[in-house]
Write a protein that binds this ligand. Structure first.
Ligand code: BGC
Length: 755
């Protein structure tokens, strides 16, 4: 279709360079802006548009599968900027028509596993590897990390996000951003903000108090902005208290820029917002993915003066400043191949530290590789490396349990193996037919669980130990279903029951591996397993990580970034989350109002009340006497034991220096995490029982070895947001600093008096 706009677009790009046209360089940004036409400015702020793609303008620039581009202006030497997802690695298509090369990317562990490491240095390294890969594949900005709060376990995108706690979230995000950006590649910290459900995500209105907004939902962003200053931030789809996030001046300018000092570009999520003029006026510089009507509206408003030139120019300036930082601008021409082998090693290192050992009765683990293992569960043979949607990565391979264990020298029960080989081949054909070519895979069909009872009994005679892998995969666009995603299915329960009975009857042990993107029910079946390993979706080296944990060459040191409650019904948000008990998930754009107004009809669809306020996750369970959770926030076992002692808190310039001595009391080397919680006195404001304000991971400690762990707690970090004064206030009184192993532990305490 050759629309008028297409002609305009083509003209903008084909305007030849004239004598005297300034060429963008450091120091002449303002001059370039002065030389730009209104059309060029609006083009720069309106993502890569379909017309430009059709005209072939981006064929050489944008790798297939990259999420978007920022338009170039050749006349002024302004390069295109290429954007690609996402949180678990670069998402581009691995094949290109007529090109024999492949462009696979490393599939890193999902966000929830990255944060389970509690190791910011390691996360930085993962960021470096992702940044290298983005650079090698000509990507200028990685659309990651995703840091929305795990408010409810059934949010379909929790896997991309880090934690229920904003402090852990912010620290991990800052490390990731600093790692990626050390490679000259930008990041886009997303989705800003309060985007905690997928159901009706384009139009849902999150209704919450200012205190919850500041302390829980913005805090992670605040920490990451202040400690890492990302190149970009992605504004979210939803409304916040009736105002669209991407059109909120208060959110994007007053808080983000004026209060926190953000200097970069704000870009909208793909298709977010209704009013482009309101977006740019609010400080949402760039609107993605770029549509004719958006460009039109901006040009019209700029010409009529309803979009102030000052606002337009400010946004253009930010984009140009970012362009100057890119490899593309600097003329670096990458080889379009990357060191997958080196990055796979980083991927495994992160996964190794992100595995959370939930249960290990009578030292069921580790298991020597001289033991014969019976491997059950379809997920053992169709292992899940990561989630779907924009959080997906096209990886060159996935090491499953079978391959991982075999590579580590374990012998597998051949009869069991043979049975699954046949069954999985049939199931693969069925699933491939259903899944087709759809790369997005919101509802990827997977093999149906099977309970081969006779085989189980037989293998209990010959094998030494049994392992069952339970899998869950989901992603962007849908929230999870309580029946089919949170609870284990009847077949899965029967499989656990049957294997447990048969192996226990022979005095042999069962380990259940949870290969999941988000929390599932554990209480109805955990008594039947001797050990439980939560390996999340550990990326493409998953099977190798699991084998290392199983044979003990890696001692688990991951800790939960979210509470696992005893049942979904115990969650503080259970009444304030979309109806997930039904079979019929809501389409994510289902109730979008075309005029952009909020439709206040259906609770949890049109609007969601954040009635739990600041009491999300452990803040709720700890404060309201609901401590009987399945596994508390911060929990994680090791094959060794650690003691914490000799805690000191020294008042220093700007805060406190907390020191704790950690000693490995057991028989094998390992790492542990010291979690520093602060219990504030009840002053004018109600306070959670405790809040995480610091953490540190030890180096690998040999048996008997100690390390002094040090954490700095800035003064301002213990303040609470007081709505009556619209500011952060530290109440006078006695604060307790607790060095703990998890959110319910009280290993060491120190009292601090603050007047
Ligand atoms: C997602 C973003 C993603 C973008 C580009 C949107 O649907 O919400 O997280 O970065 O698509 O793929």
């Amino acid at each position: 279709m050759l629309s008028v706009l297409f002609l305009t677009a083509a003209m903008v790009f084909s305007t030849p360079q004239a004598d005297g046209d300034p060429q963008l360089h450091e120091g002449n940004v303002k001059e370039v802006i002065a030389a730009m036409t209104v059309e060029e400015k609006c083009m720069l702020l309106t993502g890569g548009r379909a017309e430009m793609f059709k005209s072939g303008a981006y064929i050489k620039v944008k790798p297939p599968g990259a999420a978007g581009v920022i338009n170039y202006i050749p006349r002024l030497g302004v390069p295109a900027i290429v954007l690609a997802d996402g949180p678990a690695g670069v998402r581009i298509r691995p094949h290109r028509p007529g090109d024999p090369r492949t462009f696979y990317c490393t599939g890193f562990p999902i966000g929830s596993m990255i944060s389970s490491t509690w190791n910011t240095e390691l996360v930085y390294q993962a960021g470096v590897a992702m940044g290298e890969e983005a650079r090698d594949y000509t990507i200028d900005v990685l659309l990651a990390p995703g840091i929305n709060i795990h408010r409810n376990p059934l949010c379909g995108r929790n896997f991309e996000y880090y934690s229920e706690d904003p402090f852990l979230t912010g620290k991990i995000a800052a490390a990731m951003i600093n790692g990626v950006e050390s490679q000259g590649v930008g990041t886009s910290l997303k989705h800003y903000a309060v985007n905690n459900q997928e159901t009706n995500r384009l139009a849902n209105n999150s209704i919450l108090s200012e205190r919850a907004l500041r302390e829980i939902y913005l805090k992670g962003f605040e920490i990451a902005v202040k400690e890492a200053q990302p190149w970009t931030i992605m504004s979210s789809y939803n409304y916040i208290n009736g105002e669209h996030a991407s059109q909120s001046y208060r959110l994007l300018t007053t808080i983000l820029r004026d209060e926190w000092g953000f200097e970069g570009v704000v870009m909208s999520d793909w298709g977010a917002g209704y009013d482009p003029v309101a977006q740019v006026s609010a400080g949402n510089d760039l609107i993605q993915p770029g549509k004719d009507w958006i460009y039109n509206a901006l040009v019209k408003a700029a010409k009529e003066g309803t979009l102030k030139q000052e606002d337009l120019d400010k946004s253009v300036e930010r984009v140009l400043n970012m362009a100057l930082k890119t490899h593309r601008y600097k003329g670096y021409v990458p080889a379009e191949k990357t060191d997958i082998e080196a990055h796979a090693k980083v991927c495994k290192m992160v996964a190794d530290e992100g595995v959370v050992l939930l249960k290990n009765e009578n030292a069921a683990l580790p298991v020597s590789n001289s033991q014969k293992i019976a491997l059950f569960g379809v997920t053992s043979y169709d292992f899940i490396a990561g989630g779907t949607g924009s959080g997906n990565v096209h990886r060159p391979y996935v090491v499953d349990m079978k391959q991982g264990l075999s590579d580590a020298g374990f012998m597998l029960d051949q009869t069991v193996d043979k049975f699954y080989a046949g069954y999985m081949a049939d199931e693969k054909q069925r699933c491939d037919r259903i899944n087709g070519e759809n790369g997005w895979h919101i509802d990827r069909e997977r093999a149906i669980e099977v309970v081969p009872e006779d085989l189980i009994k037989k293998s209990a005679e010959t094998a030494d130990a049994a392992f069952i892998t339970i899998g869950r995969v989901f992603g962007e666009g849908r929230d999870r279903n309580y029946h089919y995603s949170y609870l284990l299915t009847d077949d899965e329960n029967r499989l656990i029951e049957c294997v447990s009975k048969a192996f226990h009857a022979k005095g042999k042990k069962l380990t259940v591996i949870l290969n999941i993107g988000g929390i599932v029910d554990v209480c109805t079946w955990r008594d039947k397993a001797d050990a439980i390993i939560l390996c999340w979706q550990p990326g493409m080296e998953g099977g190798h990580t699991l084998a290392s944990v199983i044979d003990g060459s890696v001692n688990p040191s991951g800790h939960l970034p979210a509470t696992i409650s005893t049942s979904y019904k115990m969650e503080p948000t259970v009444d304030n989350f979309p109806q997930v008990y039904t079979d019929k998930p809501f389409n994510y754009s289902f109730y979008r109002q075309l005029d952009g107004s909020v439709r206040n009809l259906i609770r949890n669809i049109d609007y969601t009340l954040y009635q739990e306020d600041i009491y999300v996750g452990y803040r709720y369970f700890n404060t309201f006497n609901k401590k009987a959770v399945a596994y508390p926030f911060g929990y994680g076992l090791s094959y060794t034991d650690f003691s914490f002692d000799s805690m000191t808190c020294e008042q220093v310039e700007g805060g406190w220096k907390v020191r704790v001595k950690v000693t490995n009391k057991g028989k094998v080397a390992g790492k542990d995490v010291v979690q520093l919680y602060v219990k504030a006195p009840k002053g004018k404001l109600d306070q959670p029982e405790r809040e995480l304000k610091g953490f540190a991971k030890t180096p690998l400690l040999d048996p008997g070895q100690s390390a002094d762990v040090e954490m700095f707690i800035p003064k301002e970090s213990i303040a609470s947001y007081d709505e009556s004064v619209s500011g952060w206030v530290t109440a006078p009184g006695t604060y307790t600093f607790v060095a703990a192993k998890d959110a319910q532990d009280d290993s060491c305490k120190q009292k601090i008096r603050i007047d």
